[in-house]
Write a protein that binds this ligand. Structure first.
Ligand code: CAA
Length: 258
């Protein structure tokens, strides 16, 4: 049973899957999609049985952007009063690692959704861009901020100011993509990667993601302090003792996620 209308969700082993499912609109992210993706991700995040989350779309489209038809008639006051896109803050705050498995179009809000994830696996047919200037607006789900952090000012500025769409290879060269895989292998590769992450000790994975996130927000000195404290805190876990004992005893670790 699926409690959502615009997405499909499934838990396979320790991996939570969220598949955008509005094919008639190339997975355009309307408010319902935003709420459902965020609710599903938040639920997986709260479940200690889930150690990694995958967000994906269809072969043709990861997501073609925020829903233009939903926004067209809105006023500035309405966008502000309804905190349009605000729900995505909760998605970005998920502590469990999230892999975006991107095939086809990841444009506007679709590219921004991918950038809210921790890892972007791109099929070789993936296309990324921030084409909002073609609509008389600008990115509104973090594109101006996260794209700069991913690819640097000059690449981000060219893409945001021109609306030019780039392919998977250019996106990988720019640092927007973690890795390119053949389109037919995308879901299998995402699954293998997610299972690998989910097989580690959850406290270490949550600490790693939180510390990586801190690097996006803070100075080097503060970030190094955050890392030092997080590193030290893991020495109170059962899994640190187990992981290091297993290394010494030349056997695979048996993590208990605490
Ligand atoms: N919003 C609403 N509907 C969308 C959509 C979007 N972002 N993208 C595609 N659709 C709809 C189309 O309107 C079409 O619906 P109808 O059949 O009812 O007309 C359906 O999806 C299929 O799309 P196309 O016929 O256009 O498919 P195509 O293969 O010819 O073109 C495309 C694909 C190049 C991706 C094209 O659909 C397109 O340019 N989409 C819009 C991309 C865009 O501008 N994204 C940014 C949106 S604004 C934003 O995201 C703001 C933000 O920062 C959060």
């Amino acid at each position: 049973t699926n409690e959502y209308e615009t997405i499909l969700t499934e838990q396979r082993g320790r991996v939570g899957w969220i598949t955008l499912n509005r094919p008639q609109a190339l997975n355009a992210l309307n408010s319902q999609v935003a709420e459902e993706v965020t609710a599903a991700a938040t639920a997986f995040d709260a479940d200690p049985g889930v150690g990694a989350i995958v967000v994906t779309g269809s072969e043709k489209a990861f997501a073609a952007g925020a829903d233009i038809k939903e926004m067209e008639a809105m006023s500035a006051a309405e966008i502000t009063a309804t905190d349009h896109f605000g729900v995505w803050r909760d998605f970005a705050a998920v502590r469990t690692p999230v892999i975006a498995a991107v095939s086809g179009f990841a444009l506007g809000g679709g590219c921004e959704l991918a950038m809210m994830c921790d890892i972007i696996l791109a099929a070789d047919n993936a296309k990324f861009g921030q084409p909002e200037v073609n609509l008389g607006v600008i990115p509104g789900m973090g594109g101006t901020q996260r794209l700069i952090r991913a690819v640097g000012y000059y690449k981000a500025a060219e893409l945001v100011l021109s609306g030019r769409i780039i392919g998977a290879e250019e996106a990988e060269r720019a640092g927007l993509v973690s890795r390119i895989v053949p389109t037919a292998d995308l879901l299998a590769e995402a699954s293998t990667l997610a299972e690998t992450i989910a097989s580690k000790s959850l406290p270490s994975i949550i600490a790693a993601k939180a510390t990586l996130d801190a690097a996006m927000e803070t100075t080097l000195a503060v970030g190094l302090d955050i890392e030092r404290e997080a590193f030290a805190s893991l020495f109170d876990t059962v899994d640190q003792k187990e992981g290091m004992a297993a290394f010494r005893e030349k056997r695979p670790p048996q993590f208990v996620n605490r």
